[in-house]
Design a protein around this ligand. Sequence first.
Ligand code: GRF
Length: 213
Amino acid sequence: MNLPLIKKLKIGVLASGSGTNLQAIIDACINNAIDAEVKIVISDVSTASALERAKKAQVPTAYHKRSSYPTKQAYEQAIIGDLKKHDVELVCLAGYMRLVGKDFLDAFPHRVINIHPALLPSFPGLDAQEQALEYGVKITGCTVHFVDEQTDNGPIILQAAVSIIEDDTVETLRQRILQEEHKIYPQTIQLFAEGRLTIEGRRVRIKTNPKSQ
Ligand code: GRF
């Protein structure tokens, strides 16, 4: 019997830190939970655990030191080159601690997504969990969104809510939010792979799954 050939979405991941979201994406790819494959992991931090995780999974890696390039444009061109070399169709920012520029977004129009540990538009930027605790909200969470030139601003694709409990510290809250991040990031990639996302202004429409009808 001939099995149908499923074309896998080629993704590139940019990460500066521990890479637990990267791991969730790699695991989902390996387990065939999503129709995607990680073609390259790129970091601006040579010691990022994300690079180690990629190597362990035999995913190609690249490290680009920002200060080795005269301009942000030159730095980003190097990264774009790596992504294009691997035919990347979707770029996933996963704890990548830099704002991406116009040239980068133009190279991958509507094909760059990010995850943020709060329910945007609340608490954008750094230390989102701490911001939520200090503000005193009772519910926070995480958001996957398309990337534009502003911080944590593009159209929202998926969100998951996390309740704040009485004894929460920044660390306990961070961990509970991460558990949800590890679910909604692979889910978003699958929606993209299935061609089910359309952007209407700020609103991202999710088409129903033809398989479930
Ligand atoms: C996550 O909380 C993500 O939402 C934020 O940076 C953190 C990265 O964590 N953008 P990890 O490197 O994936 O563990």
